[in-house]
Unconditional design. Structure first.
Length: 290
């Protein structure tokens, strides 16, 4: 097995590179300074030169708000670069593992989304992710598209980092009680990718689209309470700083009330059981403060 990782400096990418090292798997993860993911020629030359058996695309434009004001950049990364990568992988008979998101759905369903549900992306970011998925399916038959829940870690912009930073700076934290999702630690996503890589290396014909998210879907407000309780072990934080906006999601976020994903297919196909997110969250909070 020889793996090429795009986006090795991101939330999932960093955790994946660490676990690839721990497993003794040969891999390469070019930095964004060394490689422009939007440059088709650079990507093609690197793949041809390195000759991986599998490519993991963990690159992604993920800023939900900024995407509305810079759609060209968003689509260039999430759609165009992904499509080009898929075509290159297909040319060399390489398997592509691509990370996507719950955002391809509109959030209106009352139950967790399955892989059979119809996508209905809302907004620029969601549209770019969905179009990227479609082009991958068209251009590379040997693909795994892995849709993820609320990806969280101590790195980069995400719900955990945002809330903890606001608490630490003694700012009020506004969270919604009607936004539901699966907190999904990046370290667990990396472990899922490792498990998939091993099965693909055994020539398992399991290509397609899969969902993964942490066990126990939760409201954003309840998730914030968990973070606050964990953070209070390391800092004196008044609970009144955590303000819950009842029955009305935050105005500055596009509407997406249900981000819950069903993880039955990935369990039944790969034997991958979703992990509880609370232990990983406790470690993230500790790492943030200590």
């Amino acid at each position: 097995m020889k793996v090429l990782v795009f986006g090795g400096s991101g939330q999932v990418g960093q955790e994946l590179c660490q676990q690839l090292t721990e497993h003794g798997i040969v891999f390469k993860a070019p930095s964004h300074k060394a490689l422009d993911i939007a440059d088709d020629k650079q990507v093609a030359e690197l793949i041809a030169r390195y000759q991986p058996t599998m490519v993991v695309n963990a690159v992604g434009y993920r800023d939900l708000v900024k995407a509305e004001s810079e759609p060209s950049k968003c689509f260039a990364i999430n759609r165009d670069a992904a499509a080009s990568m898929a075509a290159i992988c297909s040319k060399h008979n390489i398997t592509l593992i691509h990370l996507s998101s719950y955002l391809v759905f509109d959030g209106a369903k009352t139950e967790p989304y399955t892989e059979k549900d119809t996508a209905n992306p809302q907004g620029v970011l969601a549209g770019s992710l969905w179009q990227g998925e479609q082009l991958i399916r068209e251009r590379c038959s040997r693909h795994i598209i892995l849709r993820l829940g609320w990806v969280v870690s101590a790195r980069r912009y995400n719900l955990v980092n945002t809330i903890l930073s606001q608490l630490k700076q003694n700012q009020e934290v506004w969270v919604a009680s009607d936004r539901l999702g699966n907190p999904t630690p990046a370290v667990d996503v990396a472990a899922v990718i490792i498990a998939i890589l091993y099965q693909l290396d055994c020539e398992a014909e399991v290509f397609g689209t899969y969902h993964y998210g942490g066990v126990e879907p939760v409201a954003e407000s309840k998730f914030a309470e968990v973070l606050l309780n964990d953070a209070m072990q390391y800092d004196e934080l008044p609970s009144e700083k955590l303000l819950v906006k009842e029955c009305n999601q935050l105005d500055y976020l596009p509407s997406h009330l249900n981000a819950r994903l069903s993880v039955n297919k990935i369990r039944d196909t790969f034997g991958i059981h979703a992990k509880a997110w609370r232990p990983a969250i406790a470690k993230i909070v500790k790492g943030f403060y200590v």
